[in-house]
Design a protein around this ligand. Structure first.
Ligand code: SF4
Length: 319
């Protein structure tokens, strides 16, 4: 290791490029996402590709309960704003986060109506749209590019894994070539692209995660979100885990943090790290509780990066 090298000063006090720090610099304060369930489904659930969904997926685990109770988008925004204003009174800007299922899976007229409804709220200044890479036809990307001339638009693409064997095993219904293609087509339109990763899926290995990181490093991604695999009730993975726990080896907090670091080391310094994990309500989780609140992850990551004397981009090799 080159001991004379140091983390880029643009990381400020950290050893990785934290999205929240970047937001503060760019927007002069906190940017808060207001989750929306706009009633979408996804091709892996409606029979187009499958009916049972990805093996790990039960969207209820990540959907705030008030979204299931309120169907109207503006009501959901009002409820979300009231909650976030109480929790983060310093927030300056709010984005509508189309989060549940695949939020570009529909014809353009429907998408336009839903997105414009959210943008019509006076306190919503932009959109975050979560989707699968195979739900991004040219016509949709062209429209999002047009929209992004008017308001900030962040496209969150579910990558989950860069390993085709892992994607096949979790019944994802697309391969990594599809992800690569979607990211490149979105980037050509200058959309802000966040990739969503799930670490610890069956058949993923430390070596395949590093190979995946090298692939991601060559793509025009703006930000990444890391999540640890948690087994959620009502999923195929939960059935598999109950029947044969050894068939779903789970990461410890320590091995998860080390896996995140192994990936970070190969990423270019400019990729912003937007999330380090997630919390599923205990009543919906089958896998054991780590007993660590999500808010502690950034400090734990920084401490471990320091201990390993490394940082984001240390092993990044531009091609
Ligand atoms: S993870 Fe996304 S793509 Fe997979 S079943 Fe759930 S909503 Fe559909």
């Amino acid at each position: 290791m080159d001991t004379t090298a140091i983390p880029p000063s643009s990381f400020h006090e950290r050893r990785y490029n934290a999205y929240n720090d970047w937001v503060k610099r760019e927007h002069g304060g906190r940017l808060q996402k207001i989750s929306i369930d706009a009633g979408f489904t996804c091709p892996n659930r409606d029979g187009t590709l499958g009916v049972g969904g990805c093996s790990f997926c039960n969207n209820d685990g990540f959907t705030p309960s008030y979204l299931r109770e309120q169907r109207n988008i503006l009501d959901q925004i009002e409820t979300g704003l009231a909650f976030m204003r109480r929790r983060y009174p310093e927030t300056k800007e709010f984005l509508a986060y189309f989060q549940s299922y695949s939020n570009t899976y529909g014809d353009l007229d429907r998408l336009r109506t839903l997105y414009e409804t959210a943008l019509a709220h006076p306190d919503i200044s932009g959109l975050v749209i979560g989707t699968r890479p195979d739900c991004l036809p040219e016509v949709t990307l062209d429209y999002l590019a047009e929209l992004s001339q008017r308001v900030p638009v962040e496209l969150e693409i579910g990558i989950e894994s860069c390993n085709d064997e892992v994607l096949r095993e979790c019944l994802r219904g697309h391969d990594f070539a599809c992800t690569r293609d979607a990211i490149q087509r979105a980037a050509r339109r200058r959309l802000f692209i966040t990739g969503h990763l799930l670490l610890g899926l069956p058949r993923e290995t430390p070596a395949s995660l590093i190979e995946g990181a090298k692939s991601l490093a060559s793509l025009p991604i703006d930000a990444l979100k890391f999540h640890q695999l948690q087994i959620i009730r009502g999923t195929r993975l939960a059935n598999q885990y109950r029947a044969d726990p050894a068939s779903v080896p789970l990461m410890s907090p320590e091995s998860y943090l080390d896996a995140v670091i192994d990936i970070l080391e190969h990423l270019p310094p400019q990729i912003k790290i937007q999330r380090l994990g997630s919390e599923v309500p205990p009543e919906q989780r089958v896998s054991p509780d780590w007993g660590i609140r999500l808010a502690r992850f950034p400090a734990m990551l920084d401490a471990r990066l320091q201990e390993r004397e490394t940082w984001q981009g240390r092993l990044f090799a531009p091609v």
